[in-house]
Design a protein around this ligand. Structure first.
Ligand code: 4AD
Ligand code: MG
Length: 429
């Protein structure tokens, strides 16, 4: 019999087909039994009725405990009120693998328990929906860049350099030498941009974040475009068009998932370029009035980001940051106390999703920056070559996949936005 995925059953009304999946739910009464089956593409109600399904299967149905894997043969009927608009009249079925005492039951569980069972939790309806949104978000990000003249080129994961400060490096032994897991592909993307013009790198990035927050993972995925001959303003123009495309595409293509997640999408619908832009200094004026704990010149905490972003109904850029809080590679602003960085803050308290800026293109200034940050000049020799051989103004940014997915899904804890989250407390599963 023809194997059909559940999402395609509506095209097979009146036909006999086979489905292969797992028992999601089972209800039984004297003359009729209902098995809801999931196969990763959807859910379907399968009906085992006395007199219609052979007796041997009617009795065997009692073995269909939660998450038992099962292959069912039956007839597809149109049934408006059922999930997916169809129902499967069961003729026969075969149990593929039993599932006894499945730990995640329809009752509420605490998050620590669910995290320990992440390998099973992924099968749950909401987690399933979040992963679909994640995959669509990544595809939309890549599509936008691929269709706008960018070349996707990977950066290495193992490196001798740090990009985002030495306090969050994961070190490992590299044949007697120290290597670090990449915190960002940026430095390599800059080299690739000098060869190809507009590039992006996409991959896992690592930060030994010792603090426990809802926004930090130790392993997260970042997409990092880098463009030769771009300045800060061109960078922000690109970011707002890119983010608008990603959000609007996911809204269009993941309607069902966002309904499952009970996401109120009215705020996401407003995510259309242009976005407001305010300087760090103007943001600091606001924060000095509204947040007693804010110190001008310092970095924003999560609460500060929320106060700034609440004033707008779209994502907002903050640009021109104090030099002392930013990395060694940023280009100086007109006022040399500041650098040409830009962060994009998402609305609804989701905070920074993009960090980027214009890069220092002067050899001398960059050497100064590397020394000032106490980094080893020798490790950055190759990076400095980019300023020695045909340096150009250039800019780029990094967007965190998990922060973006959390925002789109309306999920406030980052651990639910990646299949197997790595945090200070999670190395298993
Ligand atoms: O602001 P960040 O640190 O910028 C960079 O790494 C630059 N080198 C990027 C570039 O210009 N090419 O990180 C960029 C983004 C953040 O805005 C956030 O979305 C995400 O990466 N991010 C994290 N996501 C989850 N867990 C963490 N620990 C993260 N750190 C950064
Ligand atoms: Mg940042």
């Amino acid at each position: 019999m023809k194997w059909v995925y559940i999402k395609d059953l509506k095209d097979h009304i009146g036909q006999d087909v086979a489905i292969k999946g797992w028992v999601y739910n089972f209800r039984s009464s004297k003359n009729i039994k209902f098995v809801i089956v999931r196969d990763g593409t959807g859910l379907v109600q399968s009906v085992i009725a006395k007199g219609e399904t052979p007796d041997e299967f009617f009795d065997k149905a009692e073995e269909l405990t939660q998450e038992t894997s099962i292959e069912i043969q039956g007839t597809i009927k149109s049934f408006e009120r059922a999930i997916g608009g169809v129902e499967l009249g069961v003729k026969s079925f075969k149990i593929i693998g039993k599932s006894v005492d499945y730990p995640i039951t329809p009752k509420e569980h605490g998050t620590p328990f669910l995290m320990e069972n992440r390998h099973l939790w992924l099968r749950s309806k909401k987690q399933h929906a979040i992963m679909r949104v994640r995959a669509r978000t990544i595809k939309a990000m890549r599509d936008y860049l691929d269709n706008n003249g960018f070349l996707g080129l990977e950066s290495p994961i193992l490196s001798a350099n740090s990009c985002e400060g030495t306090s969050t490096l994961f070190a490992c032994d590299y044949f007697g030498e120290k290597a670090y897991l990449s915190q960002s592909g940026q430095l390599y993307a800059e080299a690739s941009a000098m060869a190809h013009g507009k590039v992006y790198t996409f991959g896992p990035t690592f930060r030994a974040e010792k603090s426990k927050t809802r926004r930090h993972l130790t392993e997260f995925w970042m997409l990092e475009p880098e463009m030769a001959y771009y300045d800060l303003e061109m960078n922000m123009d690109l970011i707002e068009n890119f983010v608008s495309y990603v959000v609007q595409t996911v809204l269009k293509d993941c309607k069902d998932e966002l309904v499952i997640l009970e996401r109120d999408t009215s705020s996401l619908q407003k995510v259309i370029a242009p976005f407001p832009r305010i300087s760090y200094s103007d943001a600091a004026d606001i924060l000095e009035k509204e947040c007693p704990d804010f110190v001008r010149g310092g970095d924003f905490g999560a609460a500060h980001e929320t106060v700034v972003s609440q004033r707008y109904d779209k994502p907002v850029f903050v640009y021109d940051f104090p030099k002392v809080i930013k990395g060694f590679y940023f280009k100086e602003s007109k006022d040399p106390q500041f650098v040409r960085g830009c962060d994009l803050l998402a609305p609804e308290g989701f905070g920074e999703i993009v960090g980027g800026g214009q890069r220092e293109d002067s050899y001398e200034k960059l050497v100064e920056g590397i020394n000032h940050h106490g980094l080893n000049l020798e490790d950055y020799k190759w990076y400095l070559d980019l300023r020695k051989y045909g340096t150009v103004p250039h800019a780029g940014f990094g967007i965190g996949v998990e922060r973006t997915v959390g925002w789109i899904c309306g999920v406030h804890h980052i651990r639910e936005t990646i299949p197997f989250p790595r945090t200070i407390n999670n190395l298993r599963p």
